[in-house]
Every structure is written in C-alpha cells, then in structure tokens.
Write a protein that binds this ligand. Structure first.
Ligand code: ZN
Length: 372
C-alpha cells in the first residue's frame, strides 16, 4: 500500500516520540497515543486514540480528531512551537510615518458609489514569523532538507518574502522605536499555516525520491528474475534427464528456488519505500513597523462598521484587509446595508464584491418571497 503523505500525523508522532511517548498505528489514519512528558495529550502514562483521517471518525466516535483546525491539532502545534527556539528581530531602518496616510488608503481601496472614511493611524510593530522545518526522507538512506515559510502573524496569512527580507540588512535585536505590538494569531496556528506552504514541496521531494527508488528496485528485480529464471531453466532440464524416482525432489528444489526469487524481489520492492517526517526547528519573529487605521464605507443611507487597514512601511503599500465575510484579502469593497426589517441601529457591513453579490441575491430572494 502506498505511504500516505498526510504529514500532520507524522508531525504529531514525532512530537509524541520526542516527549518520550509513542503513537502506535491501529489502522491507516488512526493511532493510539501514549502520553509522556511535555506532550500536550494524553496525560503522561495514559493512552488515547487519535484520528487523523476525517473519514475514519465515524468508526471511532470516542477518539480525538486531529485535523488542521481541530483543537487537538492546535494543542500539538502549540507544543511544537515550544520545541522550536524563537528569536526576535526588529526592522531598524524604517520609520512608520507617512504624511498622506488617508489619501493613500483611499487611493488603494476601491468602493464605487460610497465614500471611504479613514480614521487616524496608529503605528505599531507587526510580527512576521519565519518558520524553518527539517524534512527527512527515510528510505534506504536518510536524506534531509530544510524548508522555510513565512506567515504574517497580524494578517494570519502566508508572507512569501519574509525569508528574503531576513537575509537583507537593517535588523536589530532591540526594539528601535517605542511602538506597541500589533495583534498576533496564535503561533500554533501560524505553524500549521507555514506547514501547509511547505507540505507540497516536501511531498514532491518525497515523490521524486520514491520514483528514483522504484526505478532502482525495478532494475534490481529484473536482474534477480533473470538470474533465477536461468536457474529454473537449468533445473527443469536436469529434472527431464533425471530418473522418475527423483522427480519429487527436483520439484521441491524448483519450489524453493521460486520462493527464494519471490522473497528477494519483495525485499527489493520494500527497500524502495520512502517515508517522510518533518519537524519545526526554529522560528524567527521579524517585527516590522506598520500603521493601522480603521476605514468605513459611507453610502447615502448606511455606514459600515470599521475595518482595519494596514500601511506597511517596508513595502510602502496598503495591505489588502480580509473580507469579514469570506476571509479573502481584498482591495475592492462594497457596502451591504442592514437586512430589511433589522433592528434600528444595526450596522451595515463592508465586504468584498463577491460576498456583497451573494448578500444582494439573498435580499432579492427574501423580498420576492414576501411579495409572492
Ligand atoms: Zn468576501
């Protein structure tokens, strides 16, 4: 059976083993964990069942689900963070002041038929986390690779250039300006998001090694078969010349040779298997100055609740905020008035055009029903 590339499972197993516990496979995607030391679950000495495959959950209703986003997975990722030594650096060569912040924000955002009201800006340090993972490929030989991935902890999304930034100068190990820290998503969640970035690369590294190993195994198996088939042909020739009384013993030798051939071919194929394991080895928090400002959309009759927008001093640009409805970053905004019949004082919302379109459809359907 093919090795599953589902590597949160490998991560959790590595963490349990690191803590002195164990994770025995019950069936693919289901493991019994023995708790120990700093492992977040189960308690030291206790055993708990973990399910990594959502499809296996109905058969193990009492087990703990461990998928990306489940509380148990978060616990493990948080514990993994404790293993990864954290360092912190501040970008010292940038100042967050920008004189035309409101105009810049208004220019960057687009919202037809509404005006954009930008509030005062507050400078702060936002942290970008650069995670380093050690990925091991365990086959006939052990190979290791290091992968890095950045996550913007303020926006909770991948940050693909933080690695390049860290290599450039301008960093200090002390806070250069007396600015407060911006909000951060939990590091465990960031670690999961970093791993999602790295996983496809690690899996393609695994696939490449698997196909090399399979190619080598195929050559070896072909050579084995050739060798054994020659022996079998020779055996058959000698059996044909031997007296009938020896037939049973020749048959026995033939069976033994065939079994030996199959055993050695199976061994060569087994050696072609490659497993993947990964662990976070370090995290660097790179703190960059930014300005946070709230903006609202004002229509003819409705005003939306404020959305925070960030001006990034490093890239000198306005970063697209997440749509509060779908969570996707967007620079295009639409005003959604409060639903018909909503309580007085209900605020309008500002969303991306796609979410505003959906809200509009729902509203038209409701109005249609009321009329019909
Ligand atoms: Zn949206």
């Amino acid at each position: 059976m093919e090795e599953r590339p589902w590597t949160l499972e490998r991560f959790v197993c590595a963490l349990l083993e690191h803590a002195g516990g164990a994770a025995e496979e019950v069936e693919p995607g289901v493991r019994d964990a023995l708790g120990a030391g700093s492992a977040p679950w189960p308690r030291p000495g206790e055993v708990g069942r973990m399910v990594f495959d959502p499809e296996a959950l109905p058969e193990h209703p009492d087990a703990a689900p461990v998928f990306f986003g489940s509380p148990r997975a978060d616990d493990f990722l948080e514990a993994g963070k404790a293993l990864a030594p954290a360092a912190r650096a501040w970008r010292a060569d940038l100042h967050p002041a920008v004189h035309d912040l409101k105009a810049r924000v208004r220019r960057a955002l687009s919202a037809p038929e509404t005006s954009i009201e930008v509030g005062p800006g507050r400078a702060r340090y936002d942290a970008l986390a650069l995670f380093l993972f050690r990925v091991s490929y365990l086959g006939e030989e052990r190979e290791e690779e290091l992968f890095a991935a950045g996550v913007d902890l303020a926006l909770g999304r991948p940050h693909r250039t933080v690695g390049d930034w860290v290599d450039s100068g301008g960093w200090s190990d002390r806070r250069p300006l007396a600015l407060p820290d911006g909000p951060m998503i939990p590091l465990g969640r960031a670690l999961a998001s970093a791993w999602k970035e790295i996983e496809p690369h690690a899996v393609s590294g695994l696939r490449a090694r698997e196909s090399d190993a399979r190619r080598r195994a195929a050559v070896e198996v072909a050579r084995l078969r050739e060798y054994f088939d020659e022996s079998l042909t020779e055996l058959d020739a000698r059996r044909a010349e031997a007296p009938p009384v020896e037939a049973a013993s020749w048959d026995e030798r033939r069976r033994a040779t065939t079994a030996e051939r199959d055993r050695r071919a199976a061994e060569a194929e087994a050696r072609a298997r490659v497993r993947l394991s990964a662990e976070p080895v370090s995290v660097l928090l790179a703190c960059v100055p930014r300005i946070a400002a709230g903006f609202r959309l004002r229509g003819k009759i409705a005003v939306s609740a404020p959305v925070t927008v960030l001006f990034d001093a490093a890239s000198h640009s306005v970063l697209p905020p997440d749509c509060p409805a779908c969570g996707r970053p967007t620079l295009e905004w639409r005003l959604i008035p409060p639903p018909v019949g909503a309580a007085l004082g209900t605020e309008a919302t500002a969303t991306c055009p796609a979410c505003a379109g959906l809200a509009q459809e729902t509203r038209e359907r409701r109005v249609g029903k009321r009329r019909g």
